[in-house]
Design a protein around this ligand. Structure first.
Ligand SMILES: *Cc1c(COP(=O)(O)O)cnc(C)c1O
Length: 412
C-alpha cells in the first residue's frame, strides 16, 4: 500500500466508508437509500446526549457493565512454571462473559435497536450463525417490544437447537434458510433481501463489524465500550497500559471493541486470533486473513475464503461463532498496514485452552474465547514477568459444553 497512513489510526472509515482499500458500500441500488438513512441516523445518534444516556442506562442496569478486568493469577503462575527464568507475562481477562446473555454481542445490539426505534422502525430482522447474535437481538426486541425475525441457515438450525428454542421463548420468529450451504453467509444474504423488500418499517441488526458502511464503524463504536473500560481498569490496577491485547476474531466485533481505543498507542501490541479449524493447511478452517483473498461479500470489500473461481467457500471451526468466511474490513486494513498480527489457533489448541481456563480460573469460556486464550498460552511465556497481556474473554462456555463433551468422548 503506497497511500500514506493518517496521523491517527482511529479516524476511519473515510466518507466512502473505506478503511484503506477495504469496506465501502457494495450494495444493490435499491439498498443504497436505506444504508444512507442508517448512516445519517447513526451520525445524529452519536451526538445525541439523550440517545447516549439511554444506551448507557441499559448497559449499566440491564447488561451489568462495566464488566470486571480480572487478574488471572493461577493461570499466570501456571504459565510461569514452564517459562524460562524471568519470563511469563501477567494475564488479565476482560470479562465480557458476565454480560447479560453471556457475551459481548448485546452491547452493539442494544445500540442498534435504540437506533431503530429512533428511526421510527417497527420491525427488526437479524441473521445468526451459532444463534448468539439471534439470541441477543431477540432479547433486546423482547425488552423494547418490537417484532423480531431471525434468519438462520437450516444446517445451523439443526446444529443449534438450544439457541433456536431460546429465540422462540423470547418471542422471535426463526426463519430457516435453505439456499447455498444453509449457514451464516446464506442467512445474511436472506436478511439483506428481506430488508430491500421491507424498507419502510424494517431495521437490519447486524451481528459483527461486517456489512456495508456504516455497519462496521457503528458496531465497532458500540463495542468500543470494551476497550474504553479496559483502559481505565488497567490504568487503575497497574498504572500503565498493557503490552499486548488478544482476542478471537470471527467477524471481529469483540476484537475491534477491545483494540480500537488503543490503536494509537504504539507500545500496545495486538493479536487477532482466527480459527484454524483442522489446520491452516487443510481446507477446514475459518482463517480469512491467513488463507483468504480480498473480494466483496455482504456489501463490503475484505479478506474472504474463496476457491479458484472466486466462489466463497465454507468456513469450519469447532466454535460455531467463528465460522464466518469473511472478516470485518477494518481488520483487513489493520492487517495490511501491520498494526495487528493475525494468527491461527486450531480446534485442538482451543479445546485444550478451554479446559485449562475452566480448571485454573473457575471460568468456563466460550470456545471462541478459548481460541484467544490458546494464543495467550503461547505468548505469555515469551514475554517478561513485568509485561501485561489482556485477553478479551468474549463469552461464557455453557453453550459449548455439548460440543466439548463430544470431542472429549464423554456422554452428557
Ligand atoms: C459471536 C461471538 C464471537 C465472534 O464474533 P466477533 O464479531 O468476532 O466478536 C466471539 N465470541 C463470542 C462469545 C461470540 O458469541
Amino acid at each position: 500500500m503506497n497511500t500514506p497512513l493518517p496521523n491517527s489510526l482511529r479516524q476511519g472509515p473515510d466518507n466512502r466508508g473505506r478503511f484503506g482499500s477495504f469496506g465501502g458500500r457494495f450494495v444493490a441500488e435499491t439498498l443504497m437509500p436505506l444504508i444512507l438513512e442508517v448512516e445519517k441516523a447513526y451520525e445524529a445518534a452519536r451526538r445525541d446526549a439523550a440517545f447516549q444516556d439511554e444506551w448507557r442506562r441499559l448497559l449499566t442496569h440491564y447488561v451489568g457493565r462495566p464488566s470486571p478486568l480480572w487478574y488471572a493469577q493461577r493461570l499466570t503462575e501456571h504459565l510461569r512454571k514452564s517459562a524460562p527464568a524471568g519470563m511469563g507475562a501477567k494475564v488479565y481477562f476482560k470479562r465480557e462473559e458476565l454480560n447479560h446473555t453471556g457475551a459481548h454481542k448485546i452491547n452493539a445490539v442494544l445500540g442498534q435497536i435504540l437506533l431503530a426505534k429512533k428511526m421510527g422502525k417497527t420491525r427488526i430482522i437479524a441473521e445468526t450463525g451459532a444463534g448468539q447474535h439471534g439470541v441477543a437481538t431477540a432479547t433486546a426486541c423482547a425488552l423494547m417490544d418490537l417484532p423480531c425475525v431471525v434468519y438462520m441457515g437450516a444446517t445451523d438450525v439443526e446444529r443449534q437447537q438450544p439457541n433456536v428454542f431460546r429465540m422462540k421463548l423470547l418471542g422471535a420468529e426463526v426463519r430457516p434458510v435453505t439456499s447455498g450451504a444453509a449457514t451464516l453467509k446464506d442467512a445474511m444474504n436472506e436478511g439483506l433481501r428481506d430488508w430491500v423488500a421491507n424498507v419502510h418499517d424494517t431495521y437490519y441488526c447486524i451481528g459483527t463489524v461486517a456489512g456495508p458502511a456504516p455497519y462496521p464503524q457503528m458496531v465497532r463504536d458500540f463495542q468500543s465500550v470494551i476497550g474504553i473500560e479496559t483502559r481505565e481498569q488497567i490504568l487503575a490496577a497497574e498504572g500503565r497500559l498493557p503490552d499486548a491485547l488478544v482476542c478471537a476474531v470471527g467477524g471481529g466485533s469483540s476484537a475491534m471493541g477491545l483494540f480500537h481505543p488503543f490503536l494509537d498507542d504504539k507500545e500496545v501490541a495486538m493479536w487477532g486470533v482466527e480459527a484454524a479449524g483442522r489446520g491452516l493447511d487443510t481446507h477446514e478452517h475459518a482463517a480469512s486473513i491467513n488463507r483468504g483473498r480480498p473480494g466483496v461479500l455482504h456489501g463490503n470489500k475484505t479478506y474472504l475464503l474463496q476457491d479458484g473461481d472466486g466462489q466463497i467457500t465454507e468456513a469450519h471451526s469447532i466454535s460455531a461463532g467463528l465460522d464466518y468466511p469473511g472478516i470485518g474490513p477494518e481488520h483487513a486494513w489493520l492487517h495490511e498496514i501491520g498494526r495487528v498480527t493475525y494468527v491461527g489457533i486450531d480446534d485442538q489448541e482451543a479445546l485444550n485452552a478451554f479446559q485449562i481456563c475452566s480448571r485454573l480460573e473457575g471460568i468456563i469460556p466460550a470456545l471462541e474465547s478459548a481460541h484467544g486464550l490458546a494464543q495467550v498460552l503461547k505468548l505469555a511465556p515469551t514475554m517478561a514477568r513485568d509485561r501485561i497481556i489482556v485477553l478479551n474473554l468474549s463469552g461464557r462456555g455453557d453453550k459449548d459444553i455439548f460440543t466439548v463433551a463430544k470431542h472429549l468422548g464423554e456422554k452428557i
